[in-house]
Design a protein around this ligand. Structure first.
Ligand SMILES: [Zn+2]
Length: 253
């Protein structure tokens, strides 16, 4: 087996060539500054890459990713990312975007314990144990996992909203909007799950997370309907798996 990664360097050169031909000043502008309007907090899953999913160029979104897009309030990594993004880059939107079929979420529901990863997933495991009867009422494991994927996003948006970094920004009148989205790998579309929070008052008016477990968010938003309508007009032949129904379809439709 070859240990060379020369094909990646070749791909890099090809990418630079395409970019430069299309926009000769692109890299010069990139070198001068970054001014993204968005922060993306997503899963490390290799299939869910922020710039690709959103069709954005380098420089347009500030990204933090970890397994299962979890916000630990003692995680120096995410705290540093958010402080820099909010205080210095002055981003306007923070998006927590999970995805259906998340392996990290599946692990949290699996009963497997003992790996470092299980410490990381502890908040999900705890929530699952507290509401086990509700989650286990879904006999289809994929549906159960997908339902937890949705609740996980709700929980992580709330955790960000409780951070002093965010509270201070709101208190000084900075425009800062939090969003909860979910991505479906099998069709490439984003769903706007909420919550949407732009102030301490909105955060404090939320029902409890326990309430959200019992009452699912509706991912069939107007945005999603538009996206699906547009998607259905694409001629994809057999490329779309569409198949026998994923958790989203089972849960939301
Ligand atoms: Zn994942």
């Amino acid at each position: 087996m070859s240990t060379s990664l020369s094909h990646l360097f070749d791909a890099n050169v090809a990418w630079v060539d395409r970019k430069t031909r299309k926009d000769p000043g692109f890299f010069q502008r990139m070198a001068e500054q970054q001014s993204p309007r968005y922060v993306w907090i997503g899963c490390s899953d290799s299939r869910v890459t922020a710039n690709d999913v959103l069709g954005l160029d380098p420089g347009e979104i500030f990204v933090h990713r970890n397994i299962a897009n979890i916000v630990h309030t003692s995680d120096l990594n995410i705290l540093s990312v958010l402080e820099y993004a909010v205080d210095h880059l002055q981003v306007e939107h923070i998006i927590v975007c999970g995805h259906y079929g998340c392996g990290g979420v599946a692990r949290a529901l699996s009963g497997e314990r003992g790996a470092m990863l299980d410490h990381w997933l502890q908040p999900l495991t705890m929530l699952y144990h507290k509401h086990r009867a509700t989650f286990d009422a879904f006999s289809d494991l994929r549906v159960r996992i997908n339902r937890m994927c949705e609740v996980n996003i709700e929980m992580q948006v709330r955790r960000i909203a409780a951070m002093p970094i965010i509270e201070k920004a709101w208190a000084r009148g900075q425009s800062l909007n939090l969003h909860g989205w979910i991505y479906a790998i099998d069709d490439g579309l984003l769903r706007d799950l909420g919550p949407h929070l732009s102030s301490i008052e909105q955060r404090d008016a939320l029902p409890t997370i326990d309430n959200c477990v019992i009452t699912p968010a509706d991912p069939v938003s107007a945005v999603r309907r538009q996206a699906i309508a547009a998607f259905s007009q694409l001629d994809l032949g057999d490329a779309c798996c569409g198949g026998d129904g994923d958790g989203l379809r089972c849960v939301a439709e």
